[in-house]
Design a protein around this ligand. Structure first.
Ligand code: 5RP
Length: 220
């Protein structure tokens, strides 16, 4: 099975977690795109979706799925999104596509977070994938300096990239993330940081992991 076939399989498996007659949250990225395409087939079962990025919003609408502004909705039953890395406690690194802040907001509101990923994303210790941090543009040098002093690793500004919120992304290489919850909190305490791509204080509830043979359901 190719990586795309595994992404397709987990996207199909995620349909089981869609709660009928509710508004769901939908993530960003290639795995989330497979999910959006699968969701289109059952679109009449849901009231609509809240999107974690402009590009996801456009894809949902292209399938005729109603997109709600988060401030219009009272609740999100389930949030379905991919990840760049997951450990076996379902702490995640997200934000490879730069949508981490809106993803984290939608995940915070949702009753349940289902992460969908192929097996390459499951790691013992996170950090091989550079950790994204969204920063206010005027603060990028200060935040880089603070990261080097307080966290370690090598932060660099993602080139030619502006987030949906008009901000920059710093990608931190060379990290070994042994305590994701405290690192998430520490990074967010740096002035000028909007948020970072560690989803540990609110990790996934379920990881649907695509393997060459099947889709494994991982819970903590
Ligand atoms: C976007 C994300 C994505 O979920 C993450 O990058 C995984 O993407 P893909 O499914 O394409 O591997 O966090 O900001």
């Amino acid at each position: 099975m190719t990586q795309d076939e595994m992404k397709f399989a987990v996207a199909q498996a995620a349909l089981k977690y869609v709660v009928k007659n509710t508004i769901i949250g939908v993530g960003t990225g290639s795995t989330a795109n497979f999910f959006i395409d699968a969701l289109a087939k059952i679109k009449n079962d849901i009231k609509g979706a809240v999107a974690s990025s402009k590009v996801t919003s456009q894809r949902l609408e292209s399938h005729g799925i109603k997109v709600f502004d988060l401030n219009e909705v009272k609740a999100i039953s389930v949030y379905i999104d991919g990840a760049d890395e997951s450990d076996d406690s379902l702490n995640l690194i997200k934000g490879g596509g730069g949508a981490l802040t809106r993803e984290k907001i939608v995940a915070a509101v949702a009753d349940q977070f289902i992460c969908i990923a192929d097996e390459s994303k499951l790691v013992t210790i996170m950090g091989d994938f550079p950790l994204p941090v969204e920063v206010i543009p005027m603060a990028s040098n200060y935040v880089k300096q603070q990261i080097s002093q307080r966290i370690g690793g090598t932060p660099t500004v993602r080139e030619n990239f502006v987030t949906d919120n008009g901000n920059l992304i710093l990608d931190i290489k060379d990290l070994k993330i042994t305590n994701p919850k405290s690192m998430e909190t520490e990074l967010n305490s740096i002035t000028g940081v909007v948020t970072n791509g560690l989803f540990a204080n609110r990790g996934a509830d379920v990881l649907l992991l695509g393997t060459p043979n099947d889709v494994k359901v991982v819970t903590v």
